[in-house]
Design a protein around this ligand. Structure first.
Ligand SMILES: Cc1cc2nc3c(=O)[nH]c(=O)nc-3n(C[C@H](O)[C@H](O)[C@H](O)COP(=O)(O)O)c2cc1C
Length: 162
């Protein structure tokens, strides 16, 4: 039997699963938090539900735990720089990034390809992360192409046949 993959081996292999890129946000006591996240998945269509996996050390994850709500901002292909910006620990990530507060009280990035406001219904601790299962209360999308993430790099999605 092979030994379990090390952290680095696992990261290298799971990085072959291509994804989109989001900025998950939450507003805690009037202060916006946000982090780049690709561990995001749709969960149920009826009722509409999704899940996000947040490192327990993420300040955004902690804001979600405290408020019970968050938004998923799906990035378009021109927003790789924003993804890098929100993948840091800076305390003032929103200083140069405009946002609006959505009708459910979450910070929304107006330029995003799509935004969804969510309410946490369950939290599951697993390894280093917490999984937040949530109902989707609002969902809006605009025209455009998504930012992609594959093997540690940002890129564009090539549509088959097109
Ligand atoms: C492409 C990409 C995807 C990421 N996905 C996640 C994720 O799904 N969950 C997570 O907790 N961190 C993820 N991170 C790491 C966080 O963005 C990073 O730890 C950030 O500094 C956390 O900031 P915060 O503590 O202010 O919330 C990702 C980073 C990148 C570059």
């Amino acid at each position: 039997v092979k030994p379990r993959p090390t952290t680095d081996e696992y990261r290298q292999v799971i990085g072959h699963f291509a994804s989109g890129v989001t900025i998950v946000t939450s507003l805690r006591d009037g202060e916006p938090f946000g982090t780049t996240a690709n561990a995001v998945s749709s969960l149920s269509l009826d009722p509409p539900m999704l899940l996000v996996c947040m490192n327990q050390e993420s300040s955004t994850g902690q804001a979600i735990a405290a408020t019970g709500r968050f938004a998923v901002n799906i990035l378009h292909e021109g927003q790789a720089q924003l993804a890098t910006h929100f993948a840091t620990k800076a305390a003032d990530k929103f200083e140069q990034v405009p946002y609006v507060v959505g009708e459910r009280g979450n910070p929304l990035l107006p330029e995003a390809l799509a935004t969804l406001e969510c309410e946490v219904v369950d939290e599951i601790a697993a390894g280093t992360h917490s999984v937040y299962l949530a109902e989707v209360n609002t969902a809006e999308a605009s025209a455009g192409a998504p930012l992609a993430y594959f093997r540690g790099r940002f890129g564009r999605l090539e549509v088959a046949g097109g």
